[in-house]
Design a protein around this ligand. Structure first.
Ligand code: 16G
Length: 359
């Protein structure tokens, strides 16, 4: 081999969603993985049996480390908080994230969203835009959302989010496809380049198919805040099993693998059904990485919140609010193929992120 390169030994690396058990040779000139042939000199780094993987993409995170994306004081301090959480994500192997804003009042959305336009942050994960999870959701599957703030689909998204935020910040919207006029809403959003994910929903399988025909391409935290998959009634989750040649194609589907939202066997079953479309998310909230205890609510949750280990609930109830583990802790414990963690970007066409390139 010639040129400047570094040899990493005693590790596995992830290429095209699978492990490669071999030395890893990286070109110092291009940063590309080099084909390993013949004598290898250069600098050698022993990785002590660790895994080298592309950066993770967080498609669904509401916050962590005491900061929730609805905690807005003023623009300057909010931007500083975003920078801080972006640095934290990088320490957890995350190189890009979409900030999730659950159902809040329209004026809150309009206050917060301008600060969530995509931007790179030095030495940190990149802010890739916003995921608005609400207010077009079904009250029977409200989860920890405030259903009094849910809206019907004839309320235009620009009234809720603000017209300029729809073009600058909002990249993904979660919608319940069974609510009246949702097809028109989905078409309006997708015709502006915004992706739609289906969730917080009582939708049947055929409601879900109609959502796909209208332009939705994803399911939000599959089996959480949606009907269970049943023998003769597959529901929204049944869409992950569409035949391979089906048009529209099988949606991407997100999974929370924290051991609280889904049983490990359910995570495994969901992922193995269609490994190329499954995406691991945390749905993390601000209590992630804080000590156990009871904490105040915020614009989404006007109640106290309790954290106990990996479980966060509305105080005094069993209602799960979101996740408490970092993305890198979610996969291995459930024997899930590593590739799933890197796909968040594909839902939103960030094809270059989350992949290693070889030559
Ligand atoms: C931010 C958000 O929307 N998080 C939802 C939460 O609202 C819901 O309560 C929970 C469990 O849902 P389940 O009890 O239907 O499985 O899943 C997610 O954590």
């Amino acid at each position: 081999m010639s040129g400047c390169f570094t040899l990493f030994t005693n590790a596995r690396y992830v290429l095209d969603g699978a492990f490669v058990a071999d030395h890893l040779v990286i070109s110092g000139d291009t940063g590309m993985i080099l084909r390993r042939d013949g004598y290898i000199g250069g600098d050698v780094v022993d990785l002590d049996d660790n895994i080298v993987a592309p950066g993770f993409l967080e498609l669904h995170t509401n916050g962590a480390n005491g900061f929730h994306f609805t905690h807005f004081g003023d623009g300057k301090s909010y931007a500083q908080q975003i920078d801080k959480i972006a640095r934290y994500y990088a320490t957890q192997g995350v190189t890009g994230f979409w900030a999730t804003i659950p159902t809040v009042e329209a004026h809150e959305f309009q206050k917060i969203l301008p600060a969530l336009a995509a931007r790179d942050i030095p030495n940190s994960a990149s802010l890739l835009g916003a995921h608005t999870e609400g207010p077009y959701l079904h009250p029977q599957k409200k989860g920890a959302h405030n259903s009094s703030l849910f809206q019907t689909c004839d309320t235009s998204p620009s009234t809720i989010y603000g017209a300029s935020n729809l073009s600058s910040s909002v990249k993904l919207v979660t919608v319940a496809p069974e609510i009246p006029d949702s097809a028109n809403l989905i078409k309006t959003l997708t015709s502006s380049g915004i992706r739609v994910s289906m969730g917080h929903s009582t939708a049947s399988y055929s409601d879900g198919l109609a959502g796909l025909h209208a332009g939705a391409t994803c399911l939000t935290h599959t089996l959480n805040a949606m009907p269970p998959f049943a023998s003769r009634i597959p529901g929204l989750a049944g869409l992950i099993s569409l035949p391979s040649k089906h048009k529209p194609i099988t949606p991407w589907y997100t999974i929370i693998p924290d051991g609280e939202h889904l049983h490990p066997a359910t995570v495994s079953l969901l992922h193995k059904n269609n490994p190329k479309r499954s995406i691991l998310i945390t749905d993390s909230i601000e209590l992630a990485s804080l000590s156990d205890g009871t904490y105040p609510g915020h614009a989404q949750i006007p109640f106290e919140q309790t954290k106990a280990g990996t479980r966060a609930t509305i105080a005094g109830t069993d209602t799960l609010i979101g996740g408490c583990i970092p993305l890198q802790e979610g996969g291995p414990q459930f024997d899930v193929v590593v590739g799933m963690r890197y796909r968040g970007g594909r839902v939103l066409c960030h094809g270059e992120r989350g992949c290693f390139h070889g030559n």
